[in-house]
Design a protein around this ligand. Structure first.
Ligand SMILES: Cc1ncc(COP(=O)(O)O)c(C=O)c1O
Length: 400
């Protein structure tokens, strides 16, 4: 048999999904393991949205739709973007697809020729690096350390740009760091992008999950020149607890959306039609349920961060968005715990799962080998038990 595609063979498994699968298997085997790996809200989809999906099915909204989504949903997206992000788009500038993940992939497919470079500030969501390689791009990773609050600086960005740079994959609020850029920080970064004529792929999927009164500045709201260079990505998964419905969207200049539309029409076709109708309700119906979930996340974050920073050997910054905490284990590197020397986050994660019975995600795949990501998209009760187990695990290993 001839070999499979080299590009396809080189795609790595998602480390977050791998950890979650392992956790689910241990749980199915009857082991009392706690899971903090999943990147999805633990809340059910709000009832008004579920009912809109049910009535779409009952009323036969179950056929093909235009490949880029129904007009009603595009209008709802324009309405929400204007209301929440202060950016004006026309429905012709919107493409709806099967999740923000697929939007990101299709954008890269549309922008990239082999050999183009894609800038990715790290720590970054695992899929960015893989997706860039899947379309034949060269990912250029820019490490952004904890002392810079994991944020990209204009100097670092400028230094990474070459004649081959096509775009930057920019995630705000960030998975995994939970950091949120200020408007001033975004202005200087986008100035550099516009100066070098780079596309800015602005993944704002966590934009509704902000804490301590932080406000979102959508990149596309920073003036016409920035908007022209921006391809905005968002979706209903995280804000409305709709991860399984698979609806994401992008907003861009019609030069871009027209090409994407042709690509989709020959590949996926439209995203699920009942899920599109449910998403209309999510976007134009009450937003109170989002606020209720956001408040719960904020309370959990406060608890987790406070507990973690009281424990020996580890620390974390207080994130302002999304639902993740980055635990710094750099002080434990080289130490022996339960008879095993810890050389990196993977080894810590493995040991913590086996001895501490808690599943968290080592951030090696995110570009941060001395950090592990905790998701607080789980109940307060679980979080309390998880923090207790972490404390016992560290103290039991003699960490002071
Ligand atoms: C940064 C980021 N972008 C995009 C996505 C994908 O979201 P969706 O469920 O809409 O595909 C995720 C999901 O984990 C994410 O963390």
């Amino acid at each position: 048999m001839k070999p499979l595609s080299t590009i396809a063979e080189n795609v790595k498994e998602s480390s977050t999904l791998a950890m979650d699968t392992l956790y689910k298997k241990m749980k199915a085997d009857g082991i009392d393991v706690l899971g903090f790996a999943a990147g999805e809200p633990d809340f059910p989809t709000p009832d008004n949205i579920k009912m809109a999906g049910v009535s779409a099915i009952v009323n036969n909204a179950t056929k093909y739709t235009p490949a880029t989504g129904i007009l009603q949903l595009k209008e709802a997206i324009c309405h929400r973007l204007l209301e929440d992000c202060n950016v004006h788009y026309e429905p012709s500038q919107i493409v709806v697809s099967s999740g923000a993940k697929h939007c990101l992939y299709i954008i890269l497919r549309t922008l990239i020729d082999p050999g183009d470079e894609v800038i990715i500030p790290t720590p970054a969501w695992v899929s960015y690096n893989e997706m860039a390689q899947m379309v034949g791009a060269t990912p250029v990773l820019i490490p952004c350390p904890e002392e810079d609050h994991f944020k990209l600086t204009p100097e670092k960005l400028e230094a990474a740009i070459t004649d081959q740079t096509k775009c930057i994959l920019f995630n705000n609020p960030s998975n995994p760091t939970g950091m949120v850029y200020t408007k001033e920080e975004l202005i200087v970064l986008t100035d550099v992008c516009v100066k070098h004529d780079l596309y800015i792929i602005a993944d704002e999927i966590y934009y509704k999950l902000l804490y301590d009164g932080a406000q979102i500045t959508s990149i596309a709201s920073l003036g016409e020149a920035v908007k022209e260079h921006t391809i905005l990505v968002n979706g209903v998964s995280k804000s409305y607890a709709m991860t399984g419905w698979r609806i994401g969207y992008l907003a861009a200049d019609t030069k871009v959306t027209k090409v994407i539309a042709r690509y989709l029409s020959h590949s996926t076709g439209n995203p699920s039609s009942p899920a599109q109708t449910a998403s209309v309700e999510a976007l134009i119906g009450t937003q109170d349920t989002v606020e209720t979930m956001r408040e719960a996340f904020e309370e959990r974050r406060n608890y987790m961060v406070e507990r973690m920073n009281q424990m020996p050997g580890i620390s974390c910054l207080k994130p302002q968005g999304a639902f993740y905490v980055m635990m710094n284990i750099s002080k434990l590197i080289g130490k022996t715990m339960y008879g095993q020397t810890i050389n990196n986050a993977d080894e810590f994660g493995d040991l913590f799962l086996k001895k501490g019975l808690v599943c968290i995600v080592p951030c090696t795949g995110f570009g941060a080998p001395e950090f592990l990501r905790w998701s607080y998209a789980t109940s307060m009760d679980n979080i309390k038990r998880g923090m207790d187990r972490l404390e016992e695990f560290l103290i039991g290993a003699g960490i002071e």
